[in-house]
Design a protein around this ligand. Structure first.
Ligand code: AHG
Ligand code: MN
Ligand code: MN
Ligand code: MN
Length: 335
């Protein structure tokens, strides 16, 4: 007899005991998790499969797509389109929304994903991931449009990510804290390995791409300058730095041991509010971080309160240990 709790049991209990999720949402999350397993199998094949390198196409963001960006996007669509719980999907790798074809029943949920996060790390065998977010269609009328996706992040019904690293780990919230599941490859099942994750409020570790320093805005520069001054500076302690360049892996570290992650607006492309995407990167991560006791802002306001106006909207992101995020957010209002 094993007393291990599977993802299936966790979700059944969220439905039955806590009354948090309806059965449709439970099944939808199971399908996303199954798709992540399939993506993990492809990721693990590496050079032995046809999965490395570029696909010679560009996505709507103007990024050259990697083969795995395209494969992961297809896996997620194929896995999710027939289940009957979704009305439409949206992805970093698709210009418009993907409406569930009418040969399948239409549900009332909307799924958004960054199918493959950390694309620049695929070919160098560094952790990458999948990020997802679920919203409920606001109108009960038949049909679905891009407008149905324009909901602030605090209305998410579920959010999570899967990190393909030394272990394959699924991290999930349905609004009852954050739970982590590790993929047991022999059994082919997700096993709960940590529940009610808490991010320490203080930290001595920050994550930011320092090569952009000369482009930053004054408040971000001030915050990092003070960290760099270490024990002798105003913070009175030495800071360490990490930057993996896969948001999934950086956020996973922060959920595991604390820290602050920033991809701020910068002067390189002043008309863009930031690099990361609100709907399928910032919102799901912001909700996970808040559910673990951390904070997430764009420097001025809570990410989860931003009213989206565009599917591929970008945003400045600061998230992680609460006191650090509060501090850098305060610097934005002081300067
Ligand atoms: P994606 O691979 O989905 O396009 O996202 C990459 C993002 C994010 O994962 C990471 O934090 C950031 O881009 C890294 O950007 P830099 O290469 O500018 O450091
Ligand atoms: Mn990309
Ligand atoms: Mn990404
Ligand atoms: Mn991506």
């Amino acid at each position: 007899m094993s007393n291990k709790i599977s993802l299936t049991r966790y979700l059944v209990e969220q439905q039955r005991v806590h009354g948090r999720i309806p059965p449709e949402l439970r099944l939808l999350i199971e399908v996303v998790a199954r798709a992540c397993k399939r993506i993990a199998i492809n990721v693990n094949k590496g050079a032995l499969g046809e999965v490395l390198g570029t696909a010679d196409t560009e996505n709507v963001q103007g990024e050259v797509q990697k083969k795995l960006d395209v494969i992961a996007n297809e896996v997620l669509i194929e896995a999710n389109e027939w289940g009957g719980h979704l009305a439409a999907m949206a992805s970093e790798e698709m210009e418009g929304i993907y409406v569930v074809p009418n040969r399948f029943p239409q549900g009332e949920y909307l799924l958004m994903f960054d199918p493959l996060d950390g694309s620049s790390n695929i070919d160098v065998n560094v952790s990458i991931g999948t990020i997802f977010s679920v919203l409920k269609k606001s109108s009960t009328e038949a049909g679905v449009s891009e407008q149905d996706f324009m909901q602030p992040g605090h209305q998410q019904a579920a959010a999570g990510y899967c990190v393909y690293g030394p272990q394959t780990t699924l991290v999930l919230t349905v609004g009852d804290g954050v739970a982590m599941f590790t993929l047991d490859r022999e059994q082919g099942s997700w096993v709960l390995t940590q529940d009610q994750i808490r991010i320490p409020e203080d930290t001595k570790e920050f994550a930011i791409n320092m090569s952009n320093m000369r482009h930053w805005d004054a408040p971000v520069k001030r915050y990092i300058d003070e960290c760099l001054q270490g024990k002798e500076g105003p913070r009175g302690k030495d800071f360490n730095m990490r930057w993996i360049a896969s948001m999934v892996a950086d956020v996973h570290r922060i959920l595991s041991r604390g820290g602050v992650f920033m991809y701020p607006w910068d002067k390189r492309e002043p008309e863009k509010p930031g690099k990361l995407r609100l709907m399928y990167e910032a919102n799901p991560m912001a909700w996970l971080v808040e559910q673990a006791g951390g904070a997430a802002t764009d420097g001025r306001q809570r990410i989860l309160d931003i009213q989206p106006t565009k599917l591929h909207q970008r945003v400045s992101v600061m998230l992680g240990s609460k006191n650090e995020v509060d501090r850098v957010t305060r610097y934005h209002s002081e300067l």
